[in-house]
Design a protein around this ligand. Structure first.
Ligand code: FAD
Length: 254
């Protein structure tokens, strides 16, 4: 974990040197990202839209490194999945949970406003990327739905015919990130409260097994994202339902 000097608070206004890197080695370079819009998704999560003119593009599922720098030079870096689809020239969107006492998410949720500049470096990690070339079975919990939403948006934006299904767990309907955007591809699971007539409970074999019935030609590639505990739980359910272990890709938010 990053050490935090006593003088540092989440309300610190970070200053960023105005640097824009234009290079085909973009993933290795820090670029300035200008916050252009903030959209509330749930009581604890918001989407932050940035203009990144030199962004080299990404694949759905990839993430980036974000850096905030305080006036005294103190810097905090965190990984964030990219929520937007690739076809959003010069722009990227991130969706951040407000972690209690969180340095970086706290700054975004309580201080950041359009016009602020931060630094980003990416895209990173090809392992969790889905180029849209194979049937995708997506399973996420909480903000773990973020990289999966990039895949759903890509699927729609390109009008892909390859099958895609999303199983997403949230504490309740009000905590379901992107609730207004989901369509027939998505099955929500509510763990604490649910609309009348909808069962409440942990994600279980009964949710996963039907998704694996009638596998498409070539089978499913499974993408699991969430906390360590959730990733383990969901992977076990997938294996028990017959998904080959080597076709389960996992992204852990730690
Ligand atoms: C590959 C990757 C992608 C990620 N993508 C996203 C994303 O799309 N959206 C998103 O909101 N987060 C994402 N995260 C988590 C993110 O990197 C930060 O860990 C998170 O925003 C907390 O940072 P912070 O500075 O606010 O909190 P910190 O100041 O780092 O932590 C404050 C306290 O909260 C605890 N904590 C840290 N992270 C979490 C957490 N995720 N849940 C609960 N408690 C925590 C810490 O142990 C500490 O006690 C991702 C992580 C990884 C590794």
């Amino acid at each position: 974990m990053t050490e935090t000097p006593a003088s540092f608070t989440p309300s610190t206004r970070f200053a960023v040197p105005g640097r824009i890197a234009v290079s085909n080695r973009a993933a290795a370079l820090w670029q300035t990202a200008t916050l252009t819009e903030i959209r509330r998704e749930t009581p604890h999560a918001s989407t932050f839209r940035f203009a990144v003119p030199a962004w080299a593009g990404h694949l759905p599922g990839q993430h980036l490194m974000l850096r905030l720098t305080a006036e005294d030079g103190y810097a905090a870096q965190r990984h964030y999945s990219i929520a937007s689809a690739p076809d959003d020239a010069g722009h990227i969107e991130l969706t951040l949970d407000h972690v209690e006492g969180g340095e970086v998410s706290g700054w975004f949720h309580t201080v950041a406003e359009p016009g602020d500049e931060v630094e980003v470096r990416g895209p990173l990690s090809g392992f969790f990327a889905w180029p849209g070339d194979r049937p995708a079975l997506l399973i996420g919990a909480g903000s773990g739905v973020v990289p999966l939403m990039s895949m759903v948006r890509h699927h729609r934006a390109r009008g892909l015919s390859v099958p895609l299904r999303l199983l997403v767990s949230a504490r309740g309907p009000e905590e379901l990130i992107y609730a207004g955007e989901f369509d027939a591809e998505t099955t929500p699971v509510f763990t604490r409260s649910a609309p009348e007539g909808v069962p409440v409970g942990r994600m279980a074999a009964a949710h996963v097994a039907p998704l694996l019935a009638d596998p498409p030609p070539g089978g499913w590639e499974a993408y699991v994202c969430g906390s360590n505990a959730f990733a383990e739980h969901a992977s076990r359910l997938l294996v028990a339902a017959g998904q080959p272990v080597e076709r389960i890709r996992i992204e852990r938010f730690g």
